[in-house]
Ligand binder design. Structure first.
Ligand SMILES: [Zn+2]
Length: 391
């Protein structure tokens, strides 16, 4: 699959590009399904931009040339998706102990806000165009108010005076087919991975497919109907509303993810189920009680916290066995779980443990102050350390 894409990419792309050391395009994660489908989308968009540009020019279709530009801007969305997906797959480091999942949330914010603003822009354009069609012709406006029907007026000053060739319709239909396939293929991976950036990009493919349908009807209309120029802004307006809705929804969920909203109930339930299964393996597992499941989503990664209550007399060795079993089971069976942290509490204590430090933050000394103090007696190190301990 990957080699096929590569050759396709080379078909419309200069060879020299391949030798640039672009981490994302030559990434080792080529086999990752998310990376792969995004690369396919990227090369498709590139191919379509070229074909549409040439076709629009040859067949004299303004909307097709506009669509070619759109395909070029789609590349930005694909590259952003590819970069964030590859980056977010990197393992955690000392500097970033939580991994790079949030990079994906950021990418998702970028891709979906691109969609949102594209939709707003499209809405504005369609409204302006519709306004021009309806009201800049005084006769037509009067007619419209009487009959409330757009089709009654003879709209003589045709906007696409020359009219696109019918051949352009084939290209538009091809676009719809490719984009629709990309939508389904990308969405499938996005659902499996619970990847927000892939979902945002998939929605973008769907929007492009809808736009292609409008282009198709505009071309057909221009060939077979009298006042077809009307179809274009109306379709554009409807689609822009869909785009705004999708863009807004995805932007919101990206923001939630960035703000560390807790994991959803479905995820919680499946973790709970796997913990129970994991405990069944441990010899005294029935003594253990799962008190709490919390966690946050970080890109495709779920960082999970569990609270397990065990009998007071259990040793560190005992709880370690339990932790191993639970971690192995949850890590293996719940997709996306990348980190499981287990806190053990005595079973006799009824209330759940609160990790947050209560009280007024301002009363405590800040790290900067301590550090300054440390710097101060840096020249006599041993004394400084002793001093510190006495605090
Ligand atoms: Zn697009």
């Amino acid at each position: 699959m990957t080699t096929a894409t590569q050759t396709r990419g080379h078909g419309g792309h200069s060879h020299s590009h391949h030798h640039h050391d672009n981490v994302y395009l030559t990434s080792k994660n080529k086999n990752d399904a998310g990376v792969r489908i995004t690369r396919i989308g990227l090369y498709s968009n590139l191919g379509m931009a070229i074909v549409k540009g040439a076709g629009g020019y040859a067949f004299n279709s303004q909307s097709m040339i506009a669509d070619a530009w759109h395909s070029l801007t789609d590349l930005a969305s694909d590259i952003l998706t590819l970069a964030t997906v590859s980056w977010s797959l990197k393992p955690p480091s000392d500097k970033f102990p939580m991994g790079f999942g949030k990079v994906e949330s950021l990418g998702s914010l970028g891709v979906s806000s691109m969609l949102l603003f594209g939709g707003l822009f499209m809405c504005m354009n369609s409204c302006t165009s519709l306004y021009a069609h309806l009201f800049l012709d005084a006769d037509a406006a009067a007619h419209l108010l009487e009959h409330s029907h757009g089709h009654s007026h003879g709209h003589s000053h045709s906007h696409g005076a020359e009219g696109p060739s019918l051949h352009a319709a084939w290209l538009a239909a091809g676009t719809v087919a490719v984009k629709e396939w990309l939508y389904h293929a990308t969405m499938k991976v996005a659902r499996e991975r619970k990847s927000s950036v892939l979902a945002s990009n998939a929605v973008h493919h769907r929007v492009d497919s809808l736009t292609g349908i409008v282009t198709l009807f505009a071309i057909l209309g221009a060939n077979f109907l009298q006042n077809a120029a009307f179809l274009d802004p109306v379709g554009g307006l409807l689609i822009s509303l869909l785009v705004i809705r999708a863009g807004w929804g995805n932007t919101l969920s990206a923001l939630y993810e960035l703000a560390d909203k807790g994991i959803d109930d479905e995820m919680r339930l499946s973790i709970r189920r796997q913990v129970t299964k994991g405990l069944a393996v441990v010899s005294e597992g029935h003594e253990v009680e799962l008190r709490d499941v919390t966690g946050v989503k970080s890109g495709q990664n779920y960082l999970v916290d569990l609270e397990l209550a065990v009998p007071n007399m259990w040793t560190v060795e005992d709880v370690r066995g339990v932790e191993d079993a639970v971690r192995t089971q949850v890590g293996a069976k719940v997709r996306g779980v990348r980190k499981v942290r287990v806190r053990f509490v005595p079973k006799e204590a009824a209330e759940t443990f609160n990790e947050f430090i209560p009280g007024d933050v301002s009363q405590k000394s800040s790290p900067e102050l301590e550090e300054a103090e440390h710097d101060h007696d840096h020249d006599h190190d041993s004394k400084g350390n002793g001093h510190h301990k006495s605090h």
